[in-house]
Design a protein around this ligand. Structure first.
Ligand code: CP
Ligand code: NVA
Length: 303
């Protein structure tokens, strides 16, 4: 098993399935109040170059529940914000901490950090990938459906970090993924090429949301402008017209479909209020599962 968690394609299906097994165990222990101090006395540094609610709190509470301690580091108030090189920060933090979680912009930043870090590095979101989130999403699907096998998962919206990570997941786990993205907002071409080669025919890309959601078991969307793209909001609103996950799209999916959204959501933009609040929505379980999956990731890497 890799000692960093930077992207799903660094792992085999078996290794990722083992994380789901451990997640189930840790979640059950936490619900029953059974102590599970697998990381007693260990410290996790959490570096944020972007905003966060779920990631910060779930990692901080997660390491605490495992018997360790989490340290929040905002790049702006550390020397990173004044230009201290990544490679220096990585080597210093490894002298104090037993693991590092980073949320940043380019994937190359987490890659470089990991190259210089002698302790495990976990990707807490980059512009390219959000692997902890997709693992939480799949765990939510497994809890509700027993498995991801044989399911059709649909993505409607931006070909962003979430979409790219779903593409890797579909190729690794072997489920069908249908994406609908507007022209010019398609997923990363290299990620798509890798996945198509690994799992030919599993992943389809269309410009028609109706086609993507047809008979789908799981429907997903995300904001139209991700963190760092705020200036493009207006232009994106125009490009994404017709891409709102609303009741008419949900009605084309399977009757028992699940609706996922990594949150935060913009109601009335990428998702309709009655869909996120409706009977198909699993977004609160999905958000909770960030805690449980990340505990399994930390325990596996840092244990
Ligand atoms: N889904 C997610 O990563 O949420 P935050 O941005 O609040 O961490
Ligand atoms: N695509 C979004 C996900 C937020 C959790 C972003 O990168 O801002």
């Amino acid at each position: 098993m890799q000692n960093h968690f930077l992207k799903l394609s660094d792992f085999t299906k078996g290794e990722l399935d083992d994380l789901f097994t451990l997640t189930r165990d840790l979640k059950a222990k936490q619900k029953k109040g059974v102590e599970h101090h697998l990381l007693k006395g260990k410290a996790l540094a959490m570096i944020f170059e972007k905003s966060s609610t779920r990631t910060r709190i779930s990692f901080e509470v997660g390491i605490y529940q495992l018997g360790g301690h989490g340290l929040f580091i905002s790049s702006g108030t550390s020397q990173m914000g004044r230009g201290e090189p990544i490679k220096d920060t990585a080597r210093i933090l490894a002298r104090y901490c037993d693991g590092v979680m980073i949320r940043t912009f380019g994937q190359e930043i987490v890659d470089e950090f990991a190259r210089y870090s002698s302790v495990p590095v976990i990707n807490g979101l980059t512009d390219l990938f959000h692997p902890c989130q997709i693992m939480a999403d799949l765990f939510t699907v497994i809890e509700a459906r027993g498995s991801y096998e044989g399911l059709k998962i649909a993505w409607v919206g931006d070909g962003n970090n979430m979409a790219n990570t779903w593409i890797e997941a579909a190729a690794i786990f072997g489920f069908d993924l249908a994406l609908a993205c507007p022209k010019g907002y398609e997923p990363d071409a290299q990620v798509m090429a890798w996945a198509q080669a690994k799992a030919p025919g599993r992943i389809t890309l269309t410009g028609d949301p109706k086609e993507a959601v047809k008979d789908a078991d799981v429907l997903n969307t995300d904001v139209w402008a991700s963190m760092g793209q705020e200036a493009e909001q207006k232009e994106r609103e125009k490009a994404f017209a017709g891409y709102q996950l609303d009741e008419s799209l949900v009605n084309l999916a399977r009757g028992n479909c699940m609706v996922l959204h990594c949150l935060p959501a913009h109601r009335g933009e990428e998702i309709a209020d009655d869909v996120i609040e409706g009977p198909h929505s699993a977004v609160w379980d999905e958000a909770e599962n960030r805690l449980h999956i990340q505990k399994a990731i930390m325990a596996t890497l840092m244990g």
